[in-house]
Design a protein around this ligand. Structure first.
Ligand code: SAM
Length: 201
């Protein structure tokens, strides 16, 4: 089984408890960040790795498309939001034309995509020249002790749930050739980050 199939399988399994296990983080802070980031968006929006649809309530009047490669996660989102345009799809091979979207959104997704740089290059391809890619992500800390803790525990989260807690997402954004326009630490020291990027000329 290749890496993509493995991670897909883990999210299909995790889908049964995802909303429940994430609940404390949502109440503690994530909901607030989701709302702040999403409620002001307009135009054509692609959400990559929509999961169970936690961001969907915060979109106002956008032309929305959400994709996910886990059928079970997507089924949960479809059940909660039957009117939303939710499609099965892999972030590493987006089935959209170049320069299609005003915004591409990821929240807690670049930690689990098997090849995040490939996915970021795809996001770069489908976002419009004047558009924006907005990413709310947890990343590897610059604090050496925290990073060591993340490295030690990463095999556990990856095996159980499919996500990595030690990804250098900032570097991956640069590797994809995107221009970083925002890099803001939001919480948990420098672990929870808000990134914004554009494709450039
Ligand atoms: C931690 S969940 C986050 C879900 C949602 N964005 C949220 O904020 O609650 C990560 C999601 O990314 C999806 N995902 C991971 N790799 C993907 C890929 N290559 N293509 C599409 N979806 C992917 C998983 O199936 C899962 O639903």
């Amino acid at each position: 089984m290749n890496e993509t199939e493995k991670i897909k399988k883990r999210y299909n399994r995790y889908s049964y408890i995802y909303d429940c296990t994430e609940c404390p983080c949502e109440l503690f802070s994530f909901q607030k960040y989701r709302k702040n980031i999403i409620s002001s968006l307009g135009g054509k929006v692609l959400e990559v790795g929509v999961g169970t649809g936690k961001n969907i309530p915060y979109y106002n009047k956008v032309d929305y498309t959400g994709i996910d490669f886990s059928k079970n996660m997507l089924a949960k989102a479809k059940k909660k939001f039957p009117k939303a345009k939710l499609l099965y799809g892999d972030a590493q091979e987006l089935e959209f034309k170049d320069n299609s979207f005003d915004y591409v959104i990821t929240t807690f997704v670049l930690c689990s995509i098997p090849d995040p740089v490939k996915a970021l290059k795809e996001m770069k391809r489908v976002v419009k020249k004047e558009g924006k890619i907005i990413m709310l992500e947890h990343v590897r800390s610059k604090n050496r002790l925290i990073a060591l803790w993340q490295d030690i525990h990463n095999p556990i989260t990856k095996f159980l749930f499919g996500f990595n807690i030690n990804r250098d997402t900032k570097q991956n954004i640069h590797k994809a050739g995107l221009i970083m326009t925002k890099d803001q630490a939001l919480a948990l020291g420098d672990v929870l980050q808000l990134f914004e990027a554009r494709k450039g000329d």
